[in-house]
Write a protein of this length. Sequence first.
Length: 287
Amino acid sequence: MILITGASGNVGREVVKQALAVGLKIRATFQSPHIAARAPSGLEGVIMDYAQPETIRPALHGVEKIFLVGPPVRDLPAMEANLIKEVCGAGRKHIVKLSALGGRASMFPSGHRDSEDNIEASGLPYTFLRPNGFMQNLVNYNAGTIRSQKAFYGCQGNGEVSVVDIRDIAAVAVIVLAATGHEGKSYTLTGPEALSNAQIAEKISRVAGLKISYVDLPPTELKKAILSTGVPEWSADALLDLQRLYREGKASLVTNDVERLIGRKPITFDQFAHDYAFAFQEAKAAS
Ligand SMILES: NC(=O)c1ccc[n+]([C@@H]2O[C@H](COP(=O)([O-])OP(=O)(O)OC[C@H]3O[C@@H](n4cnc5c(N)ncnc54)[C@H](OP(=O)(O)O)[C@@H]3O)[C@@H](O)[C@H]2O)c1
């Protein structure tokens, strides 16, 4: 039995889908019964909250491997530490942690590094998956203004990022969860090329059928805009700090870990844009 946490999230949902497709026996965790009720058939759904250890214990029963996904918030290390503590008391289980590229160089990945340190210190078998920025962020966070203003905003200048498709991250996760031989390893997951936001805008323009622009803002202006959407101050600062990392070209490396693990080339941004074109095309998205 494999436990997949964060099963309602962007990555967790895709891992569940691909794990079921290859016939893995999975239990998936949800925070809300309402969302759990909409889970795909073929899995065992449980309600779990990292902040409530009594909900973690039953989720671990009979589990050999855990895909650990925490939300991108300041408390991520503390939340994941609660799960790690419960795992330590429940026998030897292998944790496959969804981490992030960047190490100590930026706020979001640094929280993940704290959690990695906790897992290493626990003595449990582990594998760390460290993806770069997701291609799907363009759909989840930028498609609204792409459709309404034909533009998306940031402060990463001309910095190039080797963005990766969530479908490839999930494919790697399923391989690591299904097989042995990945204990003690860390994989850096990137797409096949590093792209600037101007290049991304061109590629989206092609599938949207109209000119989409990337607008680079001063960091203070971007922060104001992010805060105005209700995002907490720490998260706004972490997002800006990530943009700084990107601007400095520190997220542009391209690795071959995805190809080595899944045996095919990673999905290109052109392929991603083609597959998600509906999200960038106003008329079709509204219908
Ligand atoms: N976006 C990127 O470009 C990027 C790049 C590298 C790494 N990452 C990392 O990847 C991870 C996953 O990203 P994502 O986009 O899949 O995140 P997401 O969509 O926000 O998913 C987070 C999941 O955690 C669950 N969760 C939140 N609070 C919880 C709690 N207290 N107890 C139990 N479950 C809880 C959420 O459940 P609900 O749906 O009920 O809230 C959701 O299923 C994050 O840690 C992020 O830092 C992201």
